[in-house]
Design a protein around this ligand. Structure first.
Ligand SMILES: Nc1ncnc2c1ncn2[C@@H]1O[C@H](COP(=O)(O)OP(=O)(O)O)[C@@H](O)[C@H]1O
Ligand SMILES: [Mg+2]
Length: 383
């Protein structure tokens, strides 16, 4: 009995952070594929739009399994979100290397491991006085020209000669706009061998430019894995498992309605479902209940959405709001859309390119829409 209560207790709708193993819905096929590729030391590019569970799958399941399979291992993980130039990429890689080192090796042996693996450097270790956890510093400066992208990969290569190693780079597409970065990564990836490399990205058009354009440095690099939306039935079951302890019932048709309303984006579905739990109990849910929960969830986030809007010019704001009001559009430069925003063809085109690059809007099945469905509803209803 106690066990059952514990299990129910652990099932939650998670948002605003990574999903733990217990609460990740589906993605079993992707887990298996990734594990097989890692075992084959293959290179992989994982694509899914934002909030589809990529980082959770990698960090909380795939990497975790890799560490469990190998008694001693080294996992290099970094996130290149928002890197601006080469030196910020190098700084990110060095920081990630230092962090990955302390994550991969137990505190007890860290001094020994530093000597074993980084004998050519003079790293320093400091222990956080409150948490007692160590952090290392390689003592190298990203501004120093001799420390390059290749340098970091050479360090990883050294370690990989002694223990199983895995490289994972999240939001890799953000290197696209930086001169030479693609070519430098290509050289680095060629120089490391026998290490599986997993790159992840959330902006399809940029990943396409990096990996599919014939003349791009990384053209045809790696095996593609695209995470599709979670099947309706699986998510319905996931919702049901969490609603049942509150006496909430959502019939199948309405569950599909809810998933579609939120463009099948897991995070938005979780937010609205959690709101349903906070608003209602012991009832069969109606469409109105779903709409009410959606409204409350959005109202709770009004400040967040308003400050997000501050990042854009008046013109961009107009275009974004009109896109939200239209829902999805295939041709942003159609006369109908241009008339609604009273802007030129050129201006609207530029806004769409910028929003696509920022990941604020997405193109799915030939139609553009706002990536975050809740933000979209906010703009549609409140602006
Ligand atoms: N498979 C899933 N099961 C449950 N929730 C998910 C799943 N995938 C994504 N989410 C939701 O998306 C949020 C973001 O997950 P994350 O792993 O950061 O996605 P990504 O890296 O693709 O942007 C989570 O907090 C959770 O709300
Ligand atoms: Mg992510």
């Amino acid at each position: 009995m106690y066990d059952t209560i514990c299990n129910i207790d652990m099932k939650k709708f998670i948002f605003d952070r990574l999903v733990d193993r217990e609460n990740i819905c589906n993605l079993e096929k992707e887990r298996q594929q990734l594990t097989a590729h890692i075992n084959n030391k293959a290179n992989v590019v994982v694509f899914a739009p934002r909030n589809y569970g990529k980082t959770s799958l990698l960090k909380n399941i795939v990497i975790d399994d890799f560490k469990k399979r190998n008694k001693k291992s080294f996992v290099f993980f970094t996130d290149l979100l928002g890197v601006k130039d080469l030196s910020s990429i190098i700084a990110r890689l060095i920081g990630a290397f230092e962090h990955s080192f302390t994550e991969s090796f137990p505190v007890k042996h860290i001094m020994e491991d530093l000597k074993t693996f980084l004998s050519n450097l003079q790293p320093t270790v400091s222990i956080d006085s409150i948490t007692g956890s160590p952090s290392i510093s390689l003592g190298i400066s990203p501004r120093n020209r001799e420390y390059s992208i290749q340098y970091v990969f050479a360090l990883i290569q050294d370690i990989s000669k002694k223990i199983p190693t895995l490289i994972v780079i999240d939001e890799f597409q953000d290197i696209a706009a930086i001169d030479e970065a693609q070519a430098l990564f290509r050289t680095s990836f060629q120089e490391v061998d026998n290490i599986p490399i997993i790159l992840m990205g959330s902006k399809r058009h940029i990943l396409h430019n990096i990996f599919s354009k014939a003349d791009a440095p990384l053209a045809s690099w790696g095996i593609d894995i695209e995470i599709p939306p979670i099947p309706y039935a699986e998510y319905s079951e996931y919702i049901h498992e969490r609603f049942v302890s509150y006496g909430l019932k959502l019939d199948n048709e309405l569950s599909i309605y809810l998933q579609n309303l939120l463009y099948r984006v897991p995070e938005s579905i979780n937010i609205v479902c959690q709101q349903i739990i906070e608003l209602f109990s012991n009832r069969e849910l109606s469409k109105d209940d779903i709409h009410q929960a959606l409204k409350v969830a959005i109202e709770n986030r009004e400040r967040r959405y308003e400050s997000a809007l501050l990042m854009y010019s008046k013109v961009e704001e107009t275009v974004l709001i009109q896109l939200a009001k239209s829902g999805q559009i295939e041709k942003p430069q159609s006369i109908a859309f241009l008339e609604k925003v009273s802007l030129s063809n050129r201006t609207v085109g530029k806004c769409f390119v910028r929003f696509m690059d920022l990941g604020i809007i997405e193109k799915v099945d030939a139609a553009y829409r706002i990536s975050n469905p809740l933000f979209g509803f906010y703009l549609k209803w409140y602006r």
